[in-house]
Design a protein around this ligand. Structure first.
Ligand code: ZN
Length: 318
């Protein structure tokens, strides 16, 4: 009898695991971690020597250009604009059209609107610093829908970029200590090129190289591996009924062909200022640990954003 029980134990354990998982995933259940609540984050306007502003994206897939808000203001003031109409500089940017093609403008890129579930919160600013390349900082959060954090390898390619290289590298993540040691953290790096096309002929006239570096975080964990995030989410969901929002923070910097490695120094200077912003939102999300969400039916149907402090994706064409 004892031997038989011993032999059967792994099988029984596996069956019990399956039963628990099925019970956890079906029927009415309560999830914790507030995955539909607002995200308590503001992208700072000032980060040390960097000054941030909003970015607008053309929704015409043949154009797909992006513009810092100050550039839209300047071009509107210069009389440029949709169809050469008298563009009033006082007009809110949301009402403006793409100065290059006249397409709709949105604070969310066409690729994000197309690929991400609706109600995906996106925080973004482009940071300027005199004498330095711009840093485009974006933070996207998952909700009830796991797809909300899309592999950038898919998203970047769908937006017309070509990935040349991909690797994990280590960057400065905070100020140096008394001994001069600089804390480091890993980021996943994608080196990409975006083909610049002639708007008339549609022919590629040049290639714009950039570096794209990201990491993934929940209130408790961070990683640069999508698979590790997925395993963690599955475990938390099944065995802890814990479904916090996961965030995906990325930095994008144009690569100067004259100084092809210079972007690394930019990240080494920018990340120690940006990282505390992310740590702050992680701590505030962790404080929502015990907020319950009563769920019946599929979890995707409960996907929503109850905050008002940022922009969420919509279906293209609304
Ligand atoms: Zn356009």
């Amino acid at each position: 009898m004892r031997i038989a029980a011993k032999e059967a134990a792994p099988g029984i354990a596996a069956l019990a695991l399956v039963a628990v998982t099925i019970a956890a995933l079906s029927g009415e259940r309560i999830l914790y971690g507030d995955p539909t609540g607002d995200v308590p984050l503001e992208m700072p306007e000032q980060l040390g020597p960097w000054t941030g502003e909003a970015v607008w994206f053309c929704q015409n897939d043949q154009c797909a250009r992006s513009f810092p808000e100050s550039e839209l203001d300047a071009r509107a003031a210069a009389g440029e604009g949709a169809g050469g109409e008298e563009a009033a500089p006082a007009e809110p940017a949301a009402a403006r059209k793409c100065p290059d093609c006249g397409g709709e403008l949105s604070i969310v890129s066409l690729g994000e609107n197309t690929l991400l579930p609706v109600e995906t919160p996106i925080f973004r600013r482009v940071y300027h610093r005199v004498g330095h390349p711009d840093v485009l900082a974006t933070v996207v959060f998952s909700g009830m829908e796991r797809r909300s954090i899309h592999r950038p390898q898919v998203c970047l390619v769908s937006q017309g970029n070509r990935i040349l290289d991909e690797y994990t590298a280590s960057f400065a993540s905070g100020p140096s200590d008394e001994a001069g040691r600089v804390p480091k953290m890993p980021l996943r790096v994608l080196q990409v090129v975006f083909p610049i096309k002639d708007p008339v002929t549609g022919r590629t006239v040049s290639q714009a190289p950039s570096a794209y570096a990201y990491w993934l975080f929940s209130p408790e964990y961070e990683t640069v591996q999508h698979l590790a995030r997925f395993a963690r989410m599955l475990f938390d969901n099944c065995f802890r009924s814990y479904r916090p929002r996961w965030g995906y923070a990325s930095l994008s910097i144009a690569v100067d062909p004259e100084n092809p490695e210079g972007w690394r120094e930019e990240i080494d200077e920018f990340l120690p200022l940006f990282r505390p912003v992310i740590d702050g939102v992680r701590a505030r999300l962790a404080a929502r640990r015990n907020v319950p969400l009563r769920l019946s039916g599929t979890s995707a149907s409960a996907n929503e954003y109850r905050g008002t402090n940022t922009i969420t994706t919509v279906h293209p064409g609304r």
